[in-house]
Design a protein around this ligand. Structure first.
Ligand code: ZN
Length: 177
């Protein structure tokens, strides 16, 4: 377990110590993320280190979260387990962020060269969300296809019967004329 940090930090100061820090923040504190979740219970956690990196400070480590989403196939709750390495470069301005190469992920420090832990990680977590949340293929809880299939034959029979009835009625009409 690392040294706990939870609120505002100054990355370049933390980079002076070769320490592993552990972060634990309730998911509900990530306001933009929370709006995208079906369930905001649980915590975001990360183990991270800070290091001087080319006139900036790099924050890197492993992040973990269980994100409660709504499956867009069966419309039931599902959990997305996120457990991945991350690497973020702290920059003081938008211009410096743009000057970084594309494969680096910048995070913006405030004018005191500080950042809220929530702001440090929020975009990184949001990036883990799928375009369309779905249970994994073959998940037995994801049953919408089977349920609709059960209902479908009856509907089809009725649809089919009606045109014939209409045709019969039409024939009768023609014979009468
Ligand atoms: Zn599903």
């Amino acid at each position: 377990m690392g040294k706990p940090i939870t609120s505002q930090i100054q990355p370049e100061l933390l980079a002076r110590e070769n320490t592993v820090y552990s972060v634990r923040v309730p998911l509900v504190q990530f306001k933009r993320l929370a709006e995208l979740l079906n369930d905001t219970q649980g915590d975001f956690t990360a183990e991270c280190r800070f290091a001087a990196w080319d006139a900036h400070t790099k924050v890197y480590g492993q992040l973990q979260a269980e994100l409660g989403l709504l499956c867009q196939r069966c419309l039931q709750p599902m959990t997305l387990n996120v457990d991945k390495p991350f690497s973020l470069i702290c920059v003081e301005s938008e211009e410096k962020a743009e000057a970084l190469s594309d494969e680096l992920d910048p995070v913006l420090l405030d004018e005191d060269r500080k950042i809220q832990i929530v702001d440090l990680f929020e975009d990184e977590i949001i990036l883990q969300l799928p375009d369309v949340a779905r249970h994994e293929e073959g998940d037995e809880r994801c049953q919408v296809g089977k349920m609709e299939f059960g209902k479908l034959p009856e509907g089809i029979k009725e649809e089919k019967r009606k045109p014939f009835e209409a045709l019969e009625a039409l024939k009768k009409d023609l014979k009468l004329k």
